[in-house]
Design a protein around this ligand. Structure first.
Ligand SMILES: Cc1cc2nc3c(=O)[nH]c(=O)nc-3n(C[C@H](O)[C@H](O)[C@H](O)COP(=O)(O)OP(=O)(O)OC[C@H]3O[C@@H](n4cnc5c(N)ncnc54)[C@H](O)[C@@H]3O)c2cc1C
Length: 380
């Protein structure tokens, strides 16, 4: 059986590896001229690391991973600690380690790509049309190339063309806040394995450490949609200059040109992930806001799920409907929890934030381990 995978992001690369492991012939087509990812980090929870092991990419990714050592939650724009959890506590409760690892996105996609034989992934192919004849499916590309397969996996991200070709061309849903990200050198005093989320009023900052003494940070702020912020450095200093250190320092030491800005979006969950011989996975199917750090992890789980299903040699329609049945509840729970967490995290009223921070300080030390592990326990 031959599969065409569209997109060489986390979902597409993981799916290509998994489908090959299940015995399929796979060709992956990517629009970009070369393998590429944005200059930012990504956290991979235990659920994703387990799924990477299932598809056979665990070792390649772990080589580039910075395991979590301590995670911390702060309020009052970083001035007070709400709760702190050593990784060992989380790992003892989970029975797996690491509970979470941090990695540069470019290193993650390199690691995944290294698990595919040369020639599997083809770059510079922008899909323009998909024609399902019932017996086969034909994919056309902007450069004139055409290919025919038994199935197509649409792993082409939140603005998925395959999703639109299957009939849903609706725009993503804006969450109400924009996000700036950057990578810089680790300041003195910070230890590898540190991960933190700091909450303010209408804004939050996340700090994670990568291998080789680098820090990946992100900052969210309530904003109207589609704002392109000119002079990001000055804008960050205006909004975060008064936060506790090292936040202003991390932003100030990030090199020019290394800032990324994205509006945070998702889609209301839907089950319309396949039609005929085409199936959507990853952000193309179930994009979530990043508040739980699980969007990429879910994409890897999707691949592990496909591997199990294709290994059973069932009819394609059965496999696709079983995929939706297995993945819909899981991805929907994360999309909803993540959206809810983001809304609370972005509260801006002084009274609401005072109340939120006071409650968080009381309950997080008690329920924190359970909440942090809620979605990381899943085994796909
Ligand atoms: C600020 C932020 C922080 C995040 N942090 C985390 C985190 O810590 N942990 C986590 O697990 N997740 C995180 N996520 C979510 C994660 O980034 C996504 O869920 C993940 O990247 C989705 O992967 P994907 O392969 O489905 O889509 P994408 O990464 O978008 O890949 C899609 C690929 O398809 C290609 N493509 C698109 N159109 C075409 C076409 N017409 N023809 C051919 N190719 C095409 C694109 O070029 C791209 O390479 C975060 C997201 C954001 C925005």
């Amino acid at each position: 059986m031959k599969a065409i995978v569209i997109g060489s992001g986390i979902a597409g690369l993981s799916a290509a590896i998994a489908l090959r492991k299940a015995g399929l012939q796979v060709v992956l087509y990517e629009r970009a001229p070369v393998l590429t990812e944005v200059g930012a980090g990504i956290s991979l929870w235990a659920n994703a690391l387990r799924a990477l092991d299932t598809i056979g990419a665990g070792a390649a990714v772990r080589e580039r991973l910075q395991p979590l050592r301590v995670s911390e939650f702060r309020g009052d724009e970083g001035r007070t600690i709400a709760a702190s959890f050593p990784a060992s506590t989380l790992e003892a409760a989970l029975g797996y380690q690491p509970v979470l690892g941090m990695i540069h996105r470019a290193e993650l996609v390199d690691a995944l790509a290294s698990c595919l034989p040369a020639g599997t992934a083809r770059y510079g192919f922008d899909v323009t049309a998909v024609r399902d004849s019932g017996a086969h499916v034909e994919v056309a590309f902007a450069n004139g190339h055409r290919d025919v397969a038994d199935l197509v996996i649409g792993a082409d991200g939140i603005h998925s063309k395959i999703r639109a070709l299957l009939g849903d061309a609706s725009p993503p849903r804006y969450a109400g806040y924009t996000c700036v990200r950057g990578i810089t050198a680790m300041p003195s005093g910070m230890q590898p394995g540190y991960l933190a989320e700091w909450w303010g009023r209408g804004s939050r900052v996340g700090i994670t450490t990568l291998r080789d003494r680098r820090v990946y940070w992100w900052a969210t702020i309530n904003a109207s949609p589609n704002q392109r912020i000119d002079g990001l450095r000055a804008w960050l200093s205006e909004h975060f200059g008064g936060w506790a250190d090292p936040v202003p320092e991390l932003m100030a030491t990030t090199p020019d040109g290394a800032f990324l800005q994205n509006d945070i979006v998702d889609r209301p969950p839907t089950r319309n992930w396949y039609r005929g011989r085409c199936l959507l996975i990853g952000d193309a199917a179930h994009p979530t806001t990043p508040n739980l750090g699980q969007g990429g992890c879910l994409a890897i789980e999707d691949a592990a799920c496909l591997q199990h299903l294709f290994a059973q040699s069932r009819p394609l329609d059965d496999i696709f409907s079983a995929f939706v049945a297995r993945r819909y509840a899981r991805t929907t729970a994360i999309t909803r929890d993540s959206d809810r967490l983001g809304r609370i995290g972005q509260w801006s009223s002084r009274t609401a934030c005072w109340w939120r921070d006071a409650v968080t300080k009381r309950i997080l030390p008690v329920i924190g381990v359970r909440e942090l592990l809620k979605h990381a326990r899943h085994v796909e």
